[in-house]
Design a protein around this ligand. Structure first.
Ligand SMILES: [Zn+2]
Length: 140
């Protein structure tokens, strides 16, 4: 005979007993819950597949590329910050997939990392060009 848990308090019922010794609930009508069916990991599987880090990584990646021309005009170092954010979220997204096999968002993570790396590199190159121009204009 399989063992059951109380449907009210969740405690393990003694074998063959329908009235819970912990809370007094009669489990006879709906004889408890089969332990094998109440595996919590099955219920949470759907939620675990959502990869928020990957999604945020992709969105910040797109935003960083869109804002890059604007940032380049007003605040060139801002590109470095804009580029680091999607890379960080992309890496967090990939780590999440590693911890939760079957989770979504691998492409989103890499899109975020790629776009972030592009913005970061472009920002760094612009800073180098600006520094070279500053040094050149001072030495003349
Ligand atoms: Zn009970």
């Amino acid at each position: 005979m399989p063992q059951f848990t109380c449907r009210k308090c969740g405690n393990l019922l003694p074998e063959g007993q329908t009235v819970c010794p912990y809370c007094g609930t009669n489990n006879e009508t709906n004889f408890g819950t089969d332990i094998a069916q109440s595996d919590p990991s099955v219920n949470n599987a759907d939620q675990d597949n959502k990869n928020t880090f990957a999604l945020v990584g992709m969105i910040t990646g797109i935003v960083s590329v869109v804002l890059m021309p604007l940032m380049s005009c007003f605040c060139t170092p801002g590109n470095v910050v804009l580029g680091i954010l999607p890379i960080v979220f992309g890496i967090l997204g990939l780590n999440y997939i590693k911890d939760h096999p079957g989770a979504e968002g691998k492409v989103q993570s890499w899109v975020g990392i790629g776009l972030g790396a592009f913005t970061l590199l472009a920002g760094l190159i612009l800073i180098v060009i600006m520094v070279i121009f500053m040094i050149a204009s001072h030495s003349v």
